[in-house]
Design a protein around this ligand. Structure first.
Ligand code: FNR
Length: 406
């Protein structure tokens, strides 16, 4: 929003709006500090007005900071404990340097990758994030269409607002399905079968949040107003009644959670489905070894986008020990904190088969719907192509350990 409309007269309304936004909420109790008005002018002048204006993915983040409802923003943006992992995940990338090679013909760069027999135009995938209708009415469907435009992989969350059948149709190609187990194996097994029947080629069991401490959203809920409470009734039933995969469930008897799970659950999943089974949320070589012992077909290294434990270890720093333990036997995908083409390049150079983004595509979705997600993916793919050209790497296979200094 650039202040060229009859902006001065709308300033008061704007400030009221801003005062209730995440930006001001983060500053404390919705109060604007002294001098904030001038800073807001600067901020608003820098905001994009359309997806095309975005130069990098952070442009979308700035937009949603101002425009997204405060509670929705914090549900999306929060990290564990004191938010440190958000920074830790980003700083991990700075510990790896690039080793550029010169005078290699990179006029044609190929960013495509193949996983489980499916070819994608890009190694930048869509991570499973729950309840995307929170950010845009078309939710997972808008994301699926954008993933289709980019011909990339979409992993659909168990707590999707749209059904696996509808999202698959919108994507126009098979998805992967992310699993949060329920307390009822019969129901869980039926949900897995449903994903399989919809054509999903892989099932990703998320194991990284047996417990979690997310203060911003808890603080917001504590302070939340009647407007929020009109949509958000307390309790499990209210929360899951809007989730497509639970439409026919007897919610009064169902629970969720992975606290009681042990490694035999991976065996159980392997027996229950013909889909490839991946474990999402692995951060150590020991657990990577156990994944293989229990027949996992792949691993997703992740700290849940900074929402799991405040470990002080970035996801990219956890990747090498997982790759060492796996030793090329199954694909390893990584997520948490990826925001630049160089981040993607570094993960590929370490040996990852692909990377996922979570928050960046939600920023695009929340700001502009499908075109916003399309632009986020296009920006990251453009940046990846640029760094590949700078590094003298013509395709993903030519990105190797010699491309980096870690
Ligand atoms: C998530 N994530 C997630 N993971 C999962 O396995 N199932 C889920 O339903 C969700 N839901 C979810 C909601 C929101 C709002 C966020 C931000 C994240 C984690 C997600 O799959 C992924 O691991 C991270 O988002 C990747 O990190 P970045 O890109 O967000 O930093």
């Amino acid at each position: 929003m650039r202040l060229r409309r009859s902006e001065r007269e709308s300033r008061r309304a704007l400030l009221r709006f801003i005062a209730s936004s995440p930006l001001a909420y983060g500053l404390g109790a919705g109060l604007l500090p002294r001098g904030a008005e001038a800073q807001l002018d600067e901020l608003l002048e820098a905001l994009i007005e359309s997806p095309e204006q975005a130069l990098n993915v952070f442009d979308f983040q700035e937009y949603v900071k101002v425009h997204m409802p405060t509670g929705h923003y914090w549900y999306m943006a929060q990290g564990a404990d004191d938010q440190r992992m958000l920074t830790v995940n980003r700083e991990g990338f700075t510990k790896i340097q690039l080793r550029a090679r010169r005078l290699i013909d990179t006029s044609n760069v190929d960013t495509s990758v193949e996983l489980f027999g499916q070819r994608y135009d890009s190694p930048v995938f869509i991570a499973p994030c729950g309840a995307l209708a929170t950010f845009h009415p078309e939710g997972e469907l808008a994301v699926a269409r954008a993933a289709g435009t980019a011909n990339t992989l979409q992993i659909l969350s168990t707590v999707t607002n749209n059904s696996v059948e509808d999202v698959t149709e919108a994507r126009g190609a098979p998805l992967w399905y992310q699993l949060y187990p329920t307390s009822d194996w019969t129901f869980t097994r039926a949900m897995i079968k449903r994903a399989e029947d919809a054509g999903c080629t892989a099932l990703a069991l998320t194991v990284d949040i047996p417990a979690r401490n997310l203060e911003p959203i808890a603080r917001f809920r504590r302070d939340s107003n009647e407007e929020c409470q009109a949509c958000h009734q307390p309790g499990f039933e209210a929360a899951f009644s809007t989730k497509a995969m639970f439409a026919d469930a007897d919610l009064s008897n169902l629970g969720m959670g992975i606290r009681g799970l042990t490694w035999d659950y991976v065996d159980r999943l392997k027996d229950a489905t013909s889909m490839n089974v991946l474990v999402k949320g692995i951060v150590t070589g020991e657990d990577a070894g156990l994944c293989l012992e229990h027949g996992a077909d792949g691993i997703i290294v992740s700290n849940h986008g900074s929402r799991a434990e405040d470990s002080g270890r970035s996801s990219i720093e956890c990747l090498p020990e997982v790759l060492d333990a796996v030793d090329g036997r199954v694909p390893v995908v990584v997520d948490s904190g990826f925001r630049r083409g160089t981040d993607v390049f570094k993960a590929l150079a370490l040996g990852a088969s692909g990377i996922c983004i979570g928050k960046p595509y939600i920023w695009g979705l929340g700001a502009f719907g499908q075109p916003g997600v399309e632009r986020v993916l296009a920006i990251l793919n453009r940046e990846l192509r640029i760094v590949m050209q700078q590094m003298g790497t013509v395709d993903i296979a030519s990105i190797t350990a010699s491309s980096i200094q870690a």
